[in-house]
Design a protein around this ligand. Structure first.
Ligand code: HEC
Length: 149
């Protein structure tokens, strides 16, 4: 009993202490509605439901995303995700970058994105094979040269 109490006290103390360590997500670049990506309505709906939490300025932060150690994982995902691809500032990218990203989307939508651990919790972010194909076709339709791919 005593050992259990000591163990629990350490556990709670430890969890409280790690709350002091918080990862900062850099403030994303300013964006106007004009900067946002434009896509057919059904594609936009899927991007918003499945990608926007990490790849836009419009991140939904659920309550547990503020609690360490979960917050470390969530925030680093958002920081990294935005750095790679931010749909809110899409029209600030030059054509070369857009091409790279369309290729990246067409490729990563097969299985890599959205990340599996994210989909465990966010059921509405899950995409059917048909939806994945629709996103892939949309991205591919924007790729101009397929040579260097
Ligand atoms: C939980 C956060 C999260 C969600 C949701 C998410 N991504 Fe990502 N994404 C990341 C992170 C982190 C990276 C950078 C590291 C990496 O490649 O794993 C990334 C990288 C990318 C890249 C660039 C890297 C590459 O492999 O070419 C593309 C393109 C991308 N994501 C597309 C998407 C699309 C499309 C969706 C929605 C269908 C999506 N992501 C949903 C976190 C996320």
């Amino acid at each position: 009993m005593r050992t259990l109490k000591i163990f629990l006290a350490w556990l709670v103390g430890g969890l409280l202490l790690i709350q002091l360590i918080q990862i900062k997500v850099p403030t994303p670049p300013k964006a106007t509605p004009k900067d946002e990506i434009q896509a057919p309505k059904e594609i936009m709906g899927m991007l918003k439901a499945s990608c926007y939490d990490c790849h836009s300025n419009h991140t939904n932060w659920p309550w547990y995303s503020h609690i360490a150690p979960i917050s470390w994982e969530v925030r680093s995902h958002v920081a990294e995700g935005r750095a790679w691809l931010n749909f809110s500032i899409w029209n600030q990218y030059d054509e070369k970058k857009k091409q790279e990203l369309y290729k990246g989307i067409a490729k990563s939508i097969d299985w890599k994105m959205p990340p599996v651990d994210y989909m465990w919790i966010h059921k509405n972010a899950r995409l059917s094979p048909k939806e994945r194909k629709a996103i892939k076709d949309w991205a591919n339709s924007h790729i101009k040269d397929t040579n260097n791919y």
